[in-house]
Design a protein around this ligand. Structure first.
Ligand code: SF4
Length: 90
């Protein structure tokens, strides 16, 4: 089953709360020295959790949330994680 990694750019988050409204199971707002910021409970999610987190990424007005697929393959019997190229450093 596919797994996904959430990359969250806290610096650009403006604390709108949109992510938490569409995906409350993984996103919450927390008070920080820089004001309200979103916080993901998990940064590695399963396929079942992908849709709602993807909605959170889509709705974010500053594109602070990216989700990338983690693909794993077995090399000499050892499972290795391989990240697909996301195209940009985040
Ligand atoms: S939707 Fe984006 S800007 Fe708004 S709280 Fe979530 S991560 Fe921050």
């Amino acid at each position: 089953m596919a797994r996904y990694r959430i990359k969250f750019n806290k610096k650009v988050c403006i604390g709108s709360g949109a992510c938490a409204s569409v995906c409350p199971e993984n996103w919450e707002l927390v008070e920080t020295p820089d004001g309200l910021k979103a916080k993901p409970r998990k940064t590695e999610i399963s396929e079942d959790e992908y849709d709602s987190n993807s909605q959170a990424a889509d709705i974010c007005p500053v594109e602070a949330i990216k989700i990338e697929k983690i693909s794993s393959r077995k090399v000499h019997g050892v499972e290795e994680e391989e990240e697909e190229d996301y195209g940009e450093e985040y």
